[in-house]
Design a binder for this molecule. Structure first.
Ligand code: NAP
Length: 254
């Protein structure tokens, strides 16, 4: 896999899956722009780790739920592209930033629903729209979905609905952007051991073991199970894959 001369923008890469995507893509030669919401120190550490390997990297703050911030963010990206790379375009956009907010149907509040909608769907939709003029021909867009769109786990009705929406968005966008050679795919991780899963299982730590027993490969996923798959989709080898939902779950709930 070779991602040399590629620039990837990954949202929510201060921790968890996004962090591993950033480190893995950088290890394959890409330069990386990451975003974070609150954890500036963690994000700066990710950028520093990439720079230490000889690649270029920077970390920018962005709340993906706040569409009013997108024009300013886009200007920041344009400026950074000129300043660091003397380029007008970047190559890879990964819509990864996400939050957990579990509740059964009967107690899902409108507030939680709206928050999940803004972060997981509306944010990804309009951030992609805003950034599209800056994405190079033959670029890549990866949207992060979830195994929860295939199997139904109590508490995830609203979250999984937003992820289902991002999968439909992925297929439509692939059709609309095909003439520019841009591929658009959704990656659907199963349960991955990150802060996100730790928060979800905090009240019932035994859930992690249960999830491992429901996984064909016999363990929980780790971020390193996902970063390489995203890198592959973004590489030249992934050029003929578009409009797909690729599940990387170790075979959960088969
Ligand atoms: P995580 O470890 O909790 O990290 C979440 C990342 O998203 C952080 O970088 C966080 O920034 C950022 N973020 C959260 N809300 C944001 C907002 N409003 N605006 C901008 N950035 C925001 O989560 P993760 O497990 O890596 O999850 C990453 C993605 O994978 C999410 O879309 C999630 O739905 C999806 N996913 C996760 C799992 C799993 O089991 N872990 C499974 C399937 C899919 P700060 O660090 O600044 O807070």
């Amino acid at each position: 896999m070779n991602l040399q001369n590629k620039i990837a923008l990954i949202t929510g890469a201060s921790r968890g899956l996004g962090k591993d995507m950033a480190l893995t893509m950088a290890a394959h030669g890409a330069d990386i722009i990451i975003t974070y919401q609150h954890k500036a120190t963690e994000a700066e550490a990710v950028a520093a780790a990439i720079i230490a390997t000889g690649r270029q990297a920077l970390a920018l703050q962005l709340d993906v739920a706040d569409t009013t911030a997108f024009p300013h963010f886009t200007t920041q990206i344009k400026t950074a592209l000129q300043q660091y790379w003397k380029r007008d375009h970047f190559d890879i956009l990964v819509n990864n930033a996400g939050i957990d907010a579990a509740a059964p149907f009967v107690s899902t509040t409108e507030e939680n629903f709206d928050r999940l909608f803004q972060v997981h769907f509306k944010g990804a939709f309009f951030l992609t729209q805003q950034l599209l003029p800056l994405i190079a021909e033959h670029g890549r867009i990866i949207n992060v979905s979830s195994g929860l769109t295939r199997f139904s786990t109590p508490g995830y009705i609203a979250y999984a609905s937003m992820k289902g929406a991002i999968e439909v968005f992925t297929r439509y966008l692939a059709k609309e952007l095909g003439h520019r050679g841009i591929t658009v795919n959704a990656i659907a991780p199963g349960a991955i051991d990150t802060d996100f899963l730790n928060a979800a299982t905090a009240a019932h730590p035994e859930l992690k073991n249960y999830l491992a027993t429901q996984t064909a490969l016999g363990r929980l996923g780790v971020p390193e199970d996902i970063g390489g798959v995203v890198a592959m989709l973004c590489s030249e080898e992934g050029r003929w894959i578009t409009a797909q939902r690729l599940e990387a779950s170790g075979g959960m709930f088969l």
